[in-house]
Design a protein around this ligand. Structure first.
Ligand SMILES: NC(=O)c1ccc[n+]([C@@H]2O[C@H](COP(=O)([O-])OP(=O)(O)OC[C@H]3O[C@@H](n4cnc5c(N)ncnc54)[C@H](OP(=O)(O)O)[C@@H]3O)[C@@H](O)[C@H]2O)c1
Length: 311
């Protein structure tokens, strides 16, 4: 039996790809706008859409939307995370679509960066729109925590900011995020709610993540610490020049993004106690970072390329 037709935004991204699989596993038909002309599917239940974004509503009966679209760098988030979602939401409301599931990020609870404000601006629009909605705010993905595997394989040390225990997170896999997003389409208790979500606990510090990676590679742990101040100095030093050059503005924003992730945990923030609270951070799914690292460790270097990325 078919569940209906879902418009999936960002289907070519990391979480978007996993979400496409999960939607098909649950027998939804999928219409996915894509910009890459080479993306094709032999699955008759999947339509890759290459015409205008709003045109889709004229031609297809869309029952719900899952949006995984996001800036690939964090630098054009107002054009992507905000504008694309906002444009689609307006068309969806006009077409009487019933439900919109948005993939956001847990870091928007303490917004300091431009991309976080762009995400929050759309979250605010979605919450007052005349349809039901779910806003999913995951913690850190496995891929964002796997970037140092190449260094370690080359015999280099694992890089840590400060003592490696400044932050922590409950890592979640692509598959578990996708499953959670798709459940949002049909489960009433997930609707009209903001849903922070991490993977199975406990929360791990960067040092603990490093230890797991060394263990997976059967290498003795070796760490090198980098002062957080260094990244702040880079960002601060570029500040005056950011007014005159777009490139320097972008470099400064990237340094600010790096500093943010080096110093802020990806856990639920308790605004009264003013601290991150691992116990208040919901856990979902069954995939564990240690097993992901073991799987990566068994891949060759060329298979590894593209298996991880930072942002
Ligand atoms: N990394 C983490 O640990 C983490 C943790 C929590 C939340 N998040 C959030 O999770 C979300 C998705 O992450 P992800 O890793 O799946 O993203 P991703 O792999 O970078 O995928 C982004 C998707 O958006 C599309 N896109 C980007 N710019 C576009 C544009 N100008 N026009 C049309 N489509 C565009 C991309 O299409 P193309 O393939 O054509 O580029 C791709 O399908 C983001 O909002 C991120 O903030 C990330």
């Amino acid at each position: 039996m078919e569940n209906g037709t879902i418009l999936l935004l960002g289907a070519t991204g990391t979480i978007g790809r996993a979400t496409l699989e999960e939607l098909r596993r649950r027998d939804y038909r999928v219409v996915a706008p894509v910009r890459d002309p080479h993306v094709v599917s032999e699955d008759p239940g999947v339509t890759f859409w290459r015409s205008g974004l709003e045109d889709v509503f004229g031609e297809k009966k869309i029952d719900g939307i899952v949006s995984c679209v996001a800036s690939r760098t964090g630098l054009d988030a107002w054009d992507v995370d905000y504008s694309i979602n906002s444009q689609v939401l307006k068309a969806a409301v006009a077409a009487d679509v019933k439900h919109f599931v948005l993939l956001s990020a847990i870091c928007v609870q303490k917004p300091r960066l431009s991309f976080q404000h762009a995400k929050l601006a759309f979250e605010a629009e979605l919450q007052v729109a005349p349809l039901t909605w779910s806003i999913v705010r995951p913690t850190a993905y496995f891929k964002s925590l796997s970037g140092q595997i190449d260094r370690l394989r080359k015999g280099k040390a694992y890089l840590l900011f400060g003592d490696g225990a400044l932050t922590s997170c409950k890592p979640i896999s692509n598959r578990d995020v996708a499953e959670f997003l798709v459940r949002g389409l049909s489960e009433p208790e997930m609707q009209n709610r903001i849903l922070p979500v991490g993977g199975p606990g406990p929360a791990l510090t960067p040092r603990e993540q490093g230890e797991l990676l060394f263990e997976a590679l059967h290498l003795p742990p070796r760490f090198r610490t980098v002062p957080v101040g260094l990244m702040r100095v880079v960002g601060g030093g570029l500040a005056p020049l950011a007014f005159v050059s777009q490139t320097l503005r972008e470099k400064r924003e990237l340094a600010r993004i790096g500093t943010y992730y080096a110093t802020e945990s990806m856990l639920v923030w308790d605004p009264i106690l003013r601290r991150y609270d691992p116990d208040a951070t919901p856990e979902y799914g069954s995939d564990r970072l240690a097993d992901h690292f073991k799987r990566l460790a068994s891949l060759s270097e060329s298979d590894l390329r593209g298996a991880h990325a930072v942002f």
